[in-house]
Design a protein around this ligand. Structure first.
Ligand code: NAP
Length: 481
């Protein structure tokens, strides 16, 4: 069977041209597909097409745009099994995880479709006689969406759906490591009959296309999710053109485990948050901070549980953890494990690339647990983005909070406790945009604002009603009658 080709999509047409390979990280002999490798000129054409489509799309009523978003959701729903399997094959996460993500993408389109019938502005009484005043929402214009590989469907969905419902037109650049899941959403837009030019999709290297997106004149806003390094670069460059920007970046997320926690569920939550999706979630736990009194018992239980995790090809039943997304990411994880060895000693479990048999086909790393980690160590400070847990010891709750907040990042955080007062002290005192209690630090829903604080994020939050703040502007109107 020949390798399928997934071309770029500009001005309502599939564009033939150079391609790059999308390989399965669990079995690198499989090429999942060939994707359109766009150029700076393609970005410009896409931005121009989006600009031309803007007047008609933004003039369409919110409910009419919503009807198209419902159609997109229905198309994705019909292809649910195929799109989920595509995701496992291109990104490596397990099939149940992929299904959960595709379900979320579908729900996101339905949620924002309904938003088209609300889209409320602001109305207030005037101080002046016979003056009627209100502020209505209007779109920002052409928006650039740059997405990462770790949630290759949900993140494109949670950027694209609110952008469209607010009346914007779009140029999307997916991650090169996993472009197919986003491509499936664009395919659904095409099949749903979204007018030409409203949605444009240009794959290819971020290093080549990034500057073109930031500099394309029609683009008025950029929503980016990815590393701090690239996000900070976009911040600098986009500021020169006064672009509206939204940046969601890295994390070093803590889970605090207090001595009064429900022990079994605390162990389960820490293992889930650290290792599921191969630790490649921006909200994954990578620092576990345990109160002294239960430290030894907790470390022993986590190690025992971690040893039971099954690593392998996520298409197979019973697998808990898939591969790293590519060789570069695996090398980064292995490099941090070596740093951890020097800093904290031999890991209590894991610590190697998995080899032999089917493991040789992909980028598999053992789930790894380091104990006796201190706050000054590199593995306690830098994002690893892989299946590595660093366990720190805290004297008491206050010390645990101090350790948790002692990071430049502030994306997500979790507390395991049964103490109500501690819970509220933590909720108000923890420096993070997403806060969980007695749940894993990862696992968010689309109905509420999403995003971090400190160096993890910049600009308005994503998802829920907050998304409208980024993707729309207010126009304030005064009428004398
Ligand atoms: P990345 O290397 O920054 O890439 C993200 C996106 O930016 C990709 O589409 C990439 O394209 C593109 N890109 C690369 N260079 C660019 C440039 N010079 N200008 C513009 N775009 C450019 O990040 P990643 O490795 O894909 O994702 C992992 C990171 O994302 C982690 O740090 C993780 O914490 C973070 N993340 C954060 C959140 C959140 O909500 N806070 C969610 C998910 C992930 P190519 O793929 O072609 O390089």
């Amino acid at each position: 069977m020949s390798t399928p080709i997934f071309p770029n999509y500009i001005d309502g047409a599939w564009v033939e041209g150079p391609t790059f390979e999308n390989r399965n990280p669990a079995d690198t002999s499989e090429v999942v597909g060939l994707h359109g490798k766009g150029s700076a000129e393609d970005i410009q054409r896409a931005a121009d097409a989006a600009q031309s489509a803007l007047p008609t799309w933004s003039a369409m009523s919110g409910p009419a745009r919503g009807a198209l978003l419902y159609k997109i959701a229905d198309i994705l729903d019909r292809k649910f099994e195929q799109i989920s399997a595509d995701m496992t094959r291109e990104e490596g996460k397990t099939l149940p995880e992929a299904k959960g993500e595709v379900r979320r993408s579908i729900n996101i389109f339905r949620y924002f479709a309904g938003e088209g019938s609300r889209m409320a502005g602001v109305m207030a009484p005037s101080e002046r006689d016979r003056v009627h005043m209100f502020a209505l929402r209007k779109p920002v214009g052409v928006v650039g969406l740059i997405t990462p590989w770790n949630f290759p469907s949900a993140i494109p969905a949670w950027k694209l759906a609110p952008a469209l419902i607010c009346g914007n037109t779009v140029v999307m650049k997916p991650a090169s490591a996993a472009p197919l899941s986003a491509w499936r959403i664009i395919e659904a837009c095409h099949e749903a009959g979204v007018p030409k030019g409203v949605v444009n999709f240009v794959g290819g290297s971020g290093g080549t296309l990034g500057a073109a997106i930031v500099n394309a004149k029609p683009i008025k806003a950029i929503s980016f999710t990815g590393s701090c390094e690239i996000g900070n670069w976009i911040h600098t460059e986009a500021s020169k053109r006064h672009l509206r920007i939204q940046l969601e970046m890295g994390g070093k997320n803590p889970t605090i485990v207090l001595a009064d926690a429900d022990f079994g569920s605390a162990v389960e939550n820490c293992v889930n948050a650290t290792f599921f999706s191969t630790g490649q979630k921006c909200t994954a736990t990578s620092r576990v901070i345990v109160e002294e009194g239960i430290y030894d018992k907790f470390v022993a239980a986590v190690v025992e549980r971690t040893k039971k995790l099954k690593v392998g090809n996520g298409m197979q039943a019973g697998i808990d953890i898939g591969p790293c997304v590519d060789e570069g990411q695996m090398d980064t994880v292995l490099r941090y494990i070596e740093i951890g060895r020097k800093e904290a000693g031999e890991p209590l479990t894991g610590g190697h690339r998995l080899t032999g048999g089917d493991y040789d086909k992909g980028y598999f790393v053992e789930p790894t647990v380091f104990a006796n980690v201190t706050e000054d160590m590199v593995i306690a400070r830098e994002e690893i983005f892989g299946p590595v847990m660093a366990i720190l010891k805290a004297r008491d709750f206050q010390h645990a909070m101090q350790l948790a907040n002692g990071s430049d990042f502030g994306l997500s955080a979790s507390l395991q406790t049964t103490n109500l007062s501690r819970m509220f002290e933590y909720i108000y005192g923890i420096e993070a945009g997403l806060v969980t209690v007695n749940l894993p630090s990862a696992g968010v829903e689309y109905q509420l604002p999403f995003g971090g604080s400190k160096d993890s994020s910049f600009g308005p939050k994503e998802q829920g009603p907050a998304a409208l703040e980024f993707y729309s502007d207010h126009k304030t109107v005064y009428i004398k009658y």
